[in-house]
Design a protein around this ligand. Sequence first.
Ligand code: ZN
Length: 132
Amino acid sequence: MTRAECDALVVRARAARQRAYAPYSKYLVGAALLGVDGVIYEGCNVENASYGGTICAERTAVVRAVASGCREFRAIAITTSSPKPAPPCGFCLQVMSEFASDLPIILSAPKGAWKLTSIRKLLPMAFVKKDL
Ligand SMILES: [Zn+2]
């Protein structure tokens, strides 16, 4: 991923964040997942009055991509409501690792510089198919 590609993905994640449905936590999150097909699959968190029904932005993006026929990804950008770039939750890391063992992850806040990391760094011992 070039710096320009990362910048572009962060712009899309920030835009997706504006569409988050988070009336309970008020913690808006957006994600932009770049598929190998060149399509950027956007996601946002979608909360539910039954809190367990809530889905994070990252998983929304992955589900959207898979449902569209794309199962291989180049990178994901995530924008949270935190003032500094914050990592995905463990649940989302696990779901992303199903499709990309070392996916580049670009973490960003609503404003300011982004930070590049990866699934392998954030979830070094992911539970995967071969563990079954
Ligand atoms: Zn999550």
